[in-house]
Design a protein around this ligand. Structure first.
Ligand code: TYD
Length: 197
């Protein structure tokens, strides 16, 4: 057996060893591969910051600083202490969240993995792909949550029932992958929690 064959055997052994992970067959390579966890596509992005003694300035351009065409902007403000927002996922919509003022937490969940991002800088944005259950809480007084969205408002794109979201996420076969912890930790204060479900 060649060295290459040994490597292939080891890879397959490791794949089969990890229980409960959905894999799929790569049509080109012809062997099983892991699907990228949806939560690993969530990214904290550093936005341009123009420092100025008169006050700082940050700008956002579509397809440059956010990876989609911006079709809608909305913002949450005057959130009473202790309140939470969100509590849904989107079938297709991509979003980009910025703490334009103050701070808040964004809790992300792809049905397998859970992360809590503390957003407290106006020059950081959090990119969310579709199929991420999100909740926002821990709003500071006077905070403003600015959201850029890839589509106009469409209630049909919402998934507001967690059980339904969870069922779809399982069918999509996302995977638990510890590597996301390292991938995101360099950017912000992120706490990673194992999904309770
Ligand atoms: P929703 O997205 O459910 O907010 P949250 O998840 O933070 O509670 O929106 C709340 C309400 O606002 C809902 O009735 C729909 C309406 N809405 C719009 O009309 N347009 C929009 O762009 C958004 C985001 C919400």
């Amino acid at each position: 057996m060649t060295v290459c064959s040994y490597v292939i055997v080891i890879v397959f052994f490791n794949i089969e060893e990890i229980k409960g992970i959905t894999s799929y067959k790569n049509p080109c390579l012809g062997f099983k591969m892991f699907k990228e966890p949806q939560i690993s596509k969530c990214r904290v992005m550093y936005l341009p910051k123009v420092d100025d003694v008169r006050g700082n300035l940050t700008f956002i351009e579509q397809n440059e600083h956010v990876p989609f065409e911006i079709k809608r902007i909305y913002y949450l403000y005057d959130v009473p202490g202790g309140e939470s927002r969100g509590g849904h996922a989107h079938k297709e919509l991509e979003q980009f969240i910025v703490a334009a003022n103050g701070s808040f937490d964004v809790i992300l969940d792809d049905g397998y993995n859970k992360e809590r991002h503390h957003m407290n800088r106006s020059y950081y944005g959090l990119y969310l792909p579709n199929m991420i259950w999100r909740e926002l809480d821990n709003f500071s007084s006077g905070s403003v949550c600015l959201v850029l969205a890839s589509e106009v408002y469409d209630e049909d794109d919402y998934i507001r029932d967690y059980d339904k979201f969870y069922e779809i996420a399982q069918k999509n076969g996302q995977t638990y992958n510890k590597s996301i912890i390292h991938q995101n930790n360099s950017n912000t204060n992120i706490k990673v929690e194992k999904n309770g479900k």
